[in-house]
Write a protein that binds this ligand. Structure first.
Ligand code: ADP
Length: 217
């Protein structure tokens, strides 16, 4: 199944997608991780991308569409995938339509207060990209990744002043996708109104939606 995870920054797209990938046996494709990898490699493209990403702006459509299109050509995507962080603009959604037929769009609804608290407490593994949260998903050892032992850090764009900009960008550029996919009959909503709701509860709800979709198609 080809699934898109939609929702504001900090809604949990990456956290849920990284667990769903194991349960569903399809790759988790995060354009945010791809962007951070490219920056880490310090390529020319990485340097260009960093200018946008550090200030919470979107990377230009043509760059991100090209990166994504190349990733989706790999054979592991033939049986389906979970897209996290793409599409983020109508133009990206239209480009995606030409590359793959999406079966389902999961839209995560989360209030701004929860997002801001979550992102300010988020830590990421520098080595493997695993996501932690000092309030809800603590690592076992202080600032060390449970999975690979790598160091945990706060993302440049998870600083409070950048979070606000990312939420504005989301409202302006990404939110119109909700209606776009609703019109196509692909959208299913999942809400999280409590900061302490464990990821497992959310994942169960998402899996129910996926199962329902499988039955009906
Ligand atoms: P978030 O936690 O905000 O969902 P991501 O990890 O998905 O963040 O993305 C981090 C940054 O990478 C974004 O702020 C943006 O600069 C860039 N990025 C990721 N995906 C896209 C995309 N589809 N289009 C444009 N820029 C993107």
């Amino acid at each position: 199944m080809k699934i898109v995870m939609l929702g504001p920054p900090g809604a949990g797209k990456g956290t849920y997608a990284s667990r769903l990938t194991v349960k569903l046996g399809v790759p988790h494709i995060s354009t945010g991780d791809m962007v951070r990898d490219e920056i880490k490699k310090q390529t020319e493209l990485g340097r260009r991308i960093k200018e946008y990403s550090d200030r919470g702006a979107l990377v230009p459509d043509e760059i991100i569409i090209k990166l994504l299109a190349e990733r989706l050509k790999k054979p592991d995507c033939d049986g389906g995938f979970i897209l996290d962080g793409f599409p983020r603009t109508i133009r990206q959604a239209e480009a995606l339509e030409k590359i793959a037929k999406i079966d389902l769009v999961i839209n995560l609804n989360v209030p701004d207060e929860i997002i801001i608290t979550r992102l300010s407490n988020r830590l990421i593994c520098r080595e493997c990209g695993a996501i932690y949260n000092l309030l809800t998903l603590k690592p076992k050892r202080d600032r060390i990744c449970d999975k690979c032992g790598g160091p945990l850090y706060q993302r440049e764009d998870d600083r409070p002043e950048v979070i606000k900009e990312r939420l504005d960008v989301y409202r302006r550029q990404t939110e119109p996708l909700i209606e776009y996919y609703e019109r196509k009959g692909l959208l299913r909503n999942v809400s999280c109104n409590d900061l302490m709701t464990p990821p497992e509860v959310m994942i169960e709800r998402i899996i129910e939606i996926i199962e329902e979709k499988k039955r009906s198609s």
